[in-house]
Design a protein around this ligand. Sequence first.
Ligand code: HEM
Ligand SMILES: *[C@@H]1O[C@H](CO)[C@@H](O)[C@H](O)[C@H]1NC(C)=O
Ligand SMILES: *[C@@H]1O[C@H](CO)[C@@H](O)[C@H](O)[C@H]1NC(C)=O
Ligand SMILES: *[C@@H]1O[C@H](CO)[C@@H](O)[C@H](O)[C@H]1NC(C)=O
Ligand SMILES: CC(=O)N[C@H]1CO[C@H](CO)[C@@H](O)[C@@H]1O
Length: 232
Amino acid sequence: MRCTFGFVWAASLLGSSLGGPVKDLYARDNAVTYFDPETGFTFSEFKAAYSLSSNILYRVAVPSSVPAGAAYDAVLQIVAPNQVGWAGLAWGGTMPKNPLTVGWPNGAKPNFSSRYASGHTMPTAFTGATYQQFTTGNKSNGTHWTLTVKCTGCTSYTGTNGAVRLNPTGTNRFAFAYATAKPTTPGSNTTNFGMHDVFNYWSHDFSQGQNPTFATLVVKNGGTTTSGDAAL
Ligand code: HEM
Ligand SMILES: *[C@@H]1O[C@H](CO)[C@@H](O)[C@H](O)[C@H]1NC(C)=O
Ligand SMILES: *[C@@H]1O[C@H](CO)[C@@H](O)[C@H](O)[C@H]1NC(C)=O
Ligand SMILES: *[C@@H]1O[C@H](CO)[C@@H](O)[C@H](O)[C@H]1NC(C)=O
Ligand SMILES: CC(=O)N[C@H]1CO[C@H](CO)[C@@H](O)[C@@H]1O
């Protein structure tokens, strides 16, 4: 599995330096629109290679027409093979000092936790971001688990150099990490877990995950709206 991942990553570096077709292939992978029939959200989807034949999918849906400078919510969906013990997203593209969302399988319904790391040590609970787990899109079957949550506070935060606001209509630097080992206490969102096996970075294009009816969809999926859900 790591060989595959290393190959894709190395190939993308090679493509970047040579400007060849591999770079184009990688760039396409960064900007896929995915419509989820279960929740009705349109997501921007990134595929993180997990093995020769499977990926971890990181999907982000945002409201369209977010007012300039305004805070806004985002829906995160993670789809991972059952072999993945936990999968995390770093909203600011680095482990320390940005909101981290960590999800993991737990029977029929995956769980998740809001975390923050001050350095390269186990991230602790983070109250600067709050979440709603939808009544849809949280499931597992024989091969994959799927987590779907709305986050308030993941797209604006105080980083190392002050206030950061992710671009609601453009690309943002993200990072992921995952481990095969499961969290110690999967029924609790304050569980301990071990270090990742793999991490990497990408540029996530929010323009591919625009939702003109974001607030309506939040309600349809069992959530409650906030001022960050913009256009109805
Ligand atoms: C028990 C939990 C964790 C431990 C002990 C841990 C530890 C570390 C360490 C030691 C490094 C440096 C590795 C190197 O330079 O080769 C690192 C890097 C990294 N970790 Fe973690 N980590 C944990 C959880 C997480 C989580 C939950 C995420 C994301 C959601 C994450 C994302 C990253 C990223 C993106 C890097 C690359 C360097 C950076 O951007 O800071 N880590 N981690
Ligand atoms: C755990 O869940 C509770 C109840 O939803 C929530 O108040 C708390 O912030 C969560 N903690 C973490 C670390 O995600
Ligand atoms: C299991 O869930 C994954 C992710 O939603 C999906 O791609 C796959 O088709 C599902 N498998 C079955 C047998 O339903
Ligand atoms: C997820 O974590 C919360 C907070 O610790 C807990 O109350 C809830 O029962 C857990 N849900 C599952 C499905 O594990
Ligand atoms: C917390 C919650 O409501 N979980 C739901 C997630 O979505 C699945 C369907 O995909 C529901 O069965 C869960 O109850």
